[in-house]
Each structure stands twice: as structure tokens, then as C-alpha cells.
Write a protein that binds this ligand. Structure first.
Ligand code: ZN
Length: 305
């Protein structure tokens, strides 16, 4: 599982940073890509990062402000031109359905694949299968804005085939009992403990990708004990009043949430255009005063989870 930031600027693009979009690369786990937010130029950023639109499985929007949304019509309609016509799930706050239907109708465009739109109005589980669960919670911004908690389910322990062979144990019909770690009497009278032949359960990873917000309880709940928290840090802390007035957070706010939530790592993004890349060290060191394991995202930076 990998995160790649396609855009890290707040409000409008700069020469150094495009507007919000993040790829969660779950190709290794499920062969697909998940996208979080879709600011303008996202599809070109995807091409530059060598991500195919056809691999998109779920597109999550945190909120409907333009810097998180205006790339969406292009991504959806360009995807109709691709060979692979797999269905797509679009998750976002109420209003996203009307936005898409209006754009498609007025621009005389069309989609050639099934688009399943899930509109959010309150906290809920937005997706679940045997590998992942994604929960959404309402944050505190100027418009309804959601944060997402992505939970990879634990992988069951695998059988140690070599050890079974060494002990001359024929797996055959015992397979499911051994996988459950049961105690079994073999045909030759031996009593074996299935747990002796099971490896470790592989703990699933957890991450939180939050939209625009002032510091709030929901952020802490979403980020509780996560491996990675992605949090906006629009301003330096000297501009805290300005940030809060606009529904945003500072570096210090983001770091405080990471600390309160007991996250393992914080990645800050959604950086005001007032800052150039030269300011990264200053912004990171502000956050590190509170939460040492902090990094700041730049466009195309990638993080293994
Ligand atoms: Zn916003």
C-alpha cells in the first residue's frame, strides 16, 4: 500500500504544487487504485505518475470546494475512452450527484461504464469487503467535509507447510482444522496442536486521510492509532487565527491531532500558495516540535505504508 500525492496546494495551483489529489495505490493488495480528491489537472498528474485511469476503483471526495473537485469531470469522461470499462464507485458529500449529472448533460458528455455514486450526509461505513473497510466522519469546515479512515483487515495466519512435511503430517482433509489452529488426533494416534503449525497473523494497516478542517474530535477519532495520518496544514501557526477563520488548520494543529490520536506518522499537505518549497523545512520543524515523525508532502512524493 502506497500513497502518492498528485497535488498538495490549498485553494489554487502554484508553479510548484497542483491542487488536492492523492492516490492510494492498492494494486498489490487488490489490483486497483483509490483516489482521494480530484482537483483540476489530476488526470495529467496521474499520467505523469504512471497511474492508469482504468485502474481506478473508488474515488473519494472529502468535500465539494473547487480545489478538491474541478478535475473530476475530466477524469470521469476520459475514463470512458479507455479500453477497460470496469465500474467505478464515487463517494462524496451530498451534491456530488447533481454536480456530475449537470456537467455531463451540459457538456454533452457521456460515461460508458457504471458509475455508482454514494452521497454522504453523516458518519458511516462507506465501503467494506473482505480486505478493507473505509469509515467516513464529518469534519468541521465551511461546507460539509469528510475525513476517511481506511482499515486493512488482518490477514489470517498461513500454514507452515515445511514444518508439516517435516513431521510427516498429511494435510489433505485436515486443512481447514489446521487453519483454525485446532487440536487434532491423527490416524497414527498422534495428538497435534494446530497452533504449532500456524504462522503469525498479519496485522492490517490503518490510515486516515482527512479533508479540510479546523481541529476537531472527529479528526482524532479517525486518526486513532493509525500508521499514517494525512492532515491539511494550510498555514504556519503564526497565522492560526486566519486559518481557523477560513475553516483550516496550521502545522501545529495537524501535529497536535497526530499526537492526540497516537498516530505513528503525520504527513502534512494542502499548503497555502503563500509558501514555496523553500518554506518546507520551517513548516515541518514547527510540527516536529509537537509530533516528531512528521513529513510534508510535495507533488509526486510517495510514502510506503
Ligand atoms: Zn475547502
Amino acid at each position: 500500500m502506497k500513497l502518492t500525492f498528485l497535488g498538495t496546494s490549498a485553494g489554487s495551483p502554484t508553479a510548484q504544487r497542483n491542487v488536492s489529489s492523492i492516490v492510494l495505490d492498492v494494486r498489490q493488495e487488490r489490483g486497483r487504485l483509490w483516489l482521494f480528491d480530484c482537483g483540476e489537472t489530476t488526470q495529467m498528474q496521474m499520467q505523469k505518475a504512471k497511474f492508469s485511469l482504468s485502474k481506478l476503483e473508488i474515488l473519494f471526495l472529502t468535500h465539494l470546494h473547487g480545489d478538491h473537485l474541478f478535475g473530476l469531470p475530466g477524469v470521469l469522461t476520459s475514463r470512458s475512452l479507455m479500453q477497460n470499462q470496469s465500474s467505478l464507485i464515487l463517494v462524496g458529500p451530498k451534491g456530488i450527484k447533481q454536480f456530475i449529472e449537470t456537467v455531463i448533460e451540459i457538456s454533452d458528455s457521456w460515461l460508458t461504464y457504471p458509475l455508482n455514486i454514494i452521497e454522504l450526509e453523516k458518519d458511516c461505513t462507506v465501503f467494506e469487503d473482505n480486505l478493507f473497510r473505509v469509515e467516513a466522519k464529518l469534519l468541521q469546515h465551511r461546507v460539509p467535509c469528510f475525513g476517511y479512515r481506511i482499515i486493512e483487515k488482518d490477514l489470517p495466519a498461513t500454514l507452515n507447510i515445511d514444518k508439516l512435511k517435516q513431521d510427516n503430517i498429511e494435510i489433505g482433509s485436515l486443512y481447514s482444522d489446521l487453519k483454525k489452529g485446532k487440536t487434532i488426533i491423527l490416524d497414527d494416534g498422534r495428538l497435534i496442536n494446530g497452533l504449532d503449525y500456524l504462522g503469525q497473523i498479519k496485522k492490517g494497516r490503518k490510515l486516515a486521510i482527512l479533508g479540510d478542517t479546523i481541529p476537531c474530535e472527529a479528526s482524532i477519532e479517525l486518526a486513532k492509532d493509525v500508521d499514517v495520518l494525512v492532515h491539511e496544514a494550510t498555514q504556519e501557526h503564526a497565522l492560526a487565527d486566519k486559518a481557523i477563520a477560513r475553516g483550516h488548520s496550521t502545522t501545529t494543529h495537524a501535529a497536535t491531532i497526530a499526537k492526540q490520536a497516537n498516530a505513528k506518522k503525520l504527513i502534512m499537505t494542502h499548503i497555502s500558495p503563500r509558501y514555496s518549497l523553500h518554506d518546507n523545512d520551517k513548516l515541518v520543524s514547527e510540527a516536529k516540535n509537537i509530533f516528531p515523525n512528521t513529513e510534508i508532502a510535495t507533488d509526486f512524493s510517495t510514502f510506503e505504508i
